[in-house]
Design a protein around this ligand. Structure first.
Ligand code: NAP
Ligand code: F7E
Length: 339
């Protein structure tokens, strides 16, 4: 019997890479998708449309316990990867209430439904380096205290503690991955790496002249999403549940990302990047750098994609997309052009 996995957030960047990874491993893969008024499957399911009928998709709302309960009462799962969230930090300042409600209550509903109906199902929670926020030590590891700087970060700290509490109180196999920023050609356009790579492609093709950004000096530990979903899966294959930092151990600034991305197509970022206070946040996370020693030692996980390779892959994918040479998967992702 193949193992069955349920992924919430399967239409997102990580959900799509994780679905591919689990299918490759022979899993039966199920996903939760939300019903929206405007049904445009090509666009809404753009990141997973190429997986077609190999996936079983179930409509449900993270805000509705009964809809989650129904799915878990009808299908049995060995593993549940809870990735769905309002994941954009800037948006969490604009609408902290809905971010909190989706990210905290949604996680609580998932945990409660799994406990009620399938307590033996292993559970993964998508924790974040944003939980470290105003960092108390560098690099950050599993024992570093949290100091979140946004409603998003606060919601992830709450989800992390809920997940730990279900593990400790009910003996469930619950793990949190504390993942540092991970990117790739399927990244949402609002995140800085994709904003830059898509901007570079548009400028190179004469479709735009500049990219407007907030803080160029913010520094992040950026890896590739395809590498990071392997760590999620490995966490649920261990004999005991635990929490792990997943990171590359290298830190680069937004400025460095710009420099490399523009240089990739023979341009100088100084000529095209403008600082716009509209993209600055009320409270910034200045730097994040992860120490993934535990994940390396216990899970045997290590990243394969370097920072330079990541930047180059994103820029060339966006160029191909705009020149109409992209696969349907990439094409669906170049529909939005400016954020
Ligand atoms: P993403 O591309 O923004 O995808 C988010 C997913 O959540 C989408 O499938 C989205 O569905 C779904 N979702 C959002 N609100 C929902 C709601 N109210 N009900 C049901 N589904 C909802 O995010 P990602 O980059 O793949 O990240 C996956 C998870 O890892 C998130 O929890 C994120 O916070 C966390 N994380 C990400 C990173 C990173 O660097 N990427 C780092 C640490 C942690 P729609 O398609 O319908 O919008
Ligand atoms: O910002 C700065 C911005 O929005 C990175 C999410 O996946 O990773 C992500 O959160 C940095 C920040 O990602 C712009 O202020 C400058 O310092 O790409 P981002 P994020 O906020 O780090 C964590 C780990 C998650 O868990 C989240 O879900 O870049 N920055 N100028 C800008 N950022 C954006 N978006 N746009 C700008 O114009």
């Amino acid at each position: 019997m193949p193992k069955a996995a349920l992924i919430t957030g399967i239409t997102g960047q990580d959900g799509s890479y994780l679905a591919e990874h689990l299918l490759t491993l022979g899993y039966e893969v199920h996903g939760i998708v939300r019903r929206v008024a405007l049904e445009e499957p090509e666009r809404r399911l753009g990141r997973i449309v190429h997986l077609g009928e190999r996936l079983e998709l179930h409509p449900a709302a993270l805000e509705s316990y009964p809809s989650i309960f129904q799915i878990l009462s009808r299908h049995r799962f060995d593993e549940c990867y809870h990735l769905a969230a309002q994941s954009f930090v800037a948006e969490s300042f604009a609408d902290g209430f809905s971010t909190m409600s989706t990210n905290i209550d949604g996680t609580h509903y998932m945990l409660a439904a799994v406990r009620e109906l399938q307590p033996e199902c292993k559970f993964y929670f998508a924790g974040s380096s944003e939980m470290f926020g105003k960092v108390r030590e560098s690099p950050q590891r599993e024992t570093t205290p949290f100091h979140p700087r946004s409603p998003y970060g606060i919601s992830k700290v709450a989800g992390f503690h809920l997940t730990m509490n279900y593990r400790e109180a009910y003996g469930m196999f619950c793990c949190s991955g504390i993942l540092f920023n991970h990117e790739g050609p399927r990244r949402g356009f609002e995140f800085v790496t994709r904003k830059i790579s898509s901007g570079v492609a548009r400028i190179k093709l004469g479709l735009a002249t500049e990219v407007r950004l907030g803080c160029l000096d913010a520094r992040r530990d950026w890896g590739h999403a395809a590498d990071y979903v392997r760590a999620m899966h490995l966490m649920l294959q261990q004999p005991t549940p635990d929490d792990y930092v997943v990171a590359t151990g290298e830190m680069h600034s937004v400025r460095e990302f710009c420099e490399l991305a523009f240089a990739e197509v023979g341009l100088d970022y100084h000529d095209h990047v403008r600082v716009d206070p509209a993209f600055q946040r009320p409270a910034e996370v200045d730097q994040l750098l992860g120490d993934a020693t535990k994940a390396r030692a216990v899970l045997g996980w290590r990243p394969t994609c370097t920072f330079r390779q990541l930047v180059a892959e994103m820029v060339h994918s966006d160029l191909k997309g705009l020149m109409g040479r992209a696969s349907p998967l990439d094409r669906s992702a170049v529909a939005v052009t400016s954020l």
